[in-house]
Design a protein around this ligand. Structure first.
Ligand code: CO
Length: 226
């Protein structure tokens, strides 16, 4: 037990040395500020390492992860992360990334009492209910599971788009753009689900239009866009 824990500090020492060898100012630059272009919302699964699979360096992506990459209106953590990333960091892209073989999605497909996980996983059961006709028509259980992973990503993208800060910021600057991806553990590849951000936004705003027009107008005026 002790050894497995200590190895992290050994790794850290080597990492610091390698970074300083590349650039002696590495940590000086890193500690100065952050201007990430991306917000990544992913699953907590230990096999889905956000920065590593995207080939991004420290400072390039703002990250939040939870079981099955959910964006729930009552989850103060994810909503605060999105608010901060959009309003203050001005991220250009918001990525919701699920993964095939997701334990959270699998658990939600199983009829079982999972205690405190029930209310969390109910969000995925709700995704199933929304798309029940399509999902029930898939006879191959593995394919149905993969499809629910994809539909869950799509619905979480919609949940991001429902947020006032995302709608308002997009009206002012035409970003952030919301993307839905799935990481395939079997190949290592990231698959872009190519969700139609603009049309989803238009559609969503028929019901969930939360934009404060005065705020948007004043922001546009300040930027000489009007
Ligand atoms: Co997962």
């Amino acid at each position: 037990m002790k050894k497995s824990y200590e190895v992290i500090f050994e790794n850290n020492k080597k990492w610091v040395e390698s970074k300083l060898a590349e650039n002696p100012d590495f940590f000086k630059i890193l500690s100065a500020s952050q201007t990430p272009e991306y917000l990544y919302i992913g699953c907590s699964d230990s096999r889905v390492s956000a920065e590593e699979m995207m080939g991004l360096k420290p400072g390039e992506v703002f990250v939040t992860r939870n079981v099955a990459n959910l964006v729930n209106t009552l989850d103060m953590s994810a909503t605060a992360v999105i608010q901060y990333a959009v309003e203050h960091l001005k991220v250009k892209h918001i990525i919701v990334c699920g993964h095939y073989g997701c334990g959270g999605v699998k658990a939600a497909m199983t009829a079982q009492d999972l205690g405190l996980m029930n209310p969390w996983l109910r969000n995925i059961r709700d995704v199933y209910r929304l798309h029940q006709t399509e999902l029930d028509a898939i006879t191959d259980e593995h394919k149905r599971y993969d499809r629910l992973v994809e539909l869950n990503v799509q619905e979480q993208c919609i949940n991001v788009i429902k947020m006032a800060v995302v709608q308002e910021q997009y009206l002012v600057d035409e970003y952030p753009i919301v993307h839905g991806w799935v990481f395939d553990l079997r190949t290592g590849k990231i698959i872009d689900l190519e969700i139609d951000f603009e049309n989803i936004l238009k559609d969503i705003q028929k019901i969930y239009n939360l934009t404060n027009s005065e705020w948007v107008m004043s922001r546009k005026k300040n930027k000489n866009l009007l």
